[in-house]
Design a protein. Structure first.
Length: 52
């Protein structure tokens, strides 16, 4: 019985990992997202300086 529970558990863990990678939730896409956010913040700060 314990063996079946462990097999099901690891299958579900593998499925979750696969879904995260398929959705782009890996370190490479996270780095791109962080870079885009930094560029947006820099652009927003420049616009705010111009208005002030």
């Amino acid at each position: 019985m314990i063996i079946v529970v462990l097999i099901v558990f690891f299958c579900l863990q593998g499925f979750v990992l696969f879904c995260c990678l398929a959705a782009g939730d890996d370190s490479g896409s996270q780095e791109v997202s962080d870079q885009e956010q930094m560029e947006y913040i820099e652009m927003w700060m420049e616009q705010k300086k111009r208005k002030a």
